[in-house]
Design a binder for this molecule. Structure first.
Ligand code: SF4
Ligand code: SF4
Length: 90
């Protein structure tokens, strides 16, 4: 993100980043996680799991804001986040 001016708290504020884990075999391919991720981190993959569904895959992990929405929405508890990393504002 490019700022048109430098925020006064730029040294203090950090951007949260999440690390996503997908349990492919639990997925039922509903696509909720892909559709509702506000940062477009996920996409459906071409591969099949044992149930015959396409699980999602991580497209751009660095874009994940660790909001936890995918974890909350997944009806099969097939996604979880661990560790909350914080990076400086670029
Ligand atoms: S935690 Fe939020 S930003 Fe990260 S993948 Fe899930 S929905 Fe997207
Ligand atoms: S929300 Fe859960 S079940 Fe649905 S596609 Fe994503 S990982 Fe699979």
């Amino acid at each position: 993100m490019k700022y048109w001016r430098k925020p006064l708290d730029i040294e203090r504020v950090k951007i949260p980043r999440g690390r996503i884990h997908i349990l492919k075999e639990r997925c039922k391919g509903c696509g909720f996680c892909v559709e509702y991720c506000p940062c477009h981190v996920l996409e459906m993959s071409e591969e099949f799991n044992a149930k015959g569904y396409h699980p999602p895959r991580v497209k751009d992990e660095d874009a994940c804001a660790n909001c936890g929405l995918c974890e909350m929405l997944c009806p099969e508890f097939a996604i979880y986040l661990d560790g909350k990393e914080e990076v400086p504002v670029p």
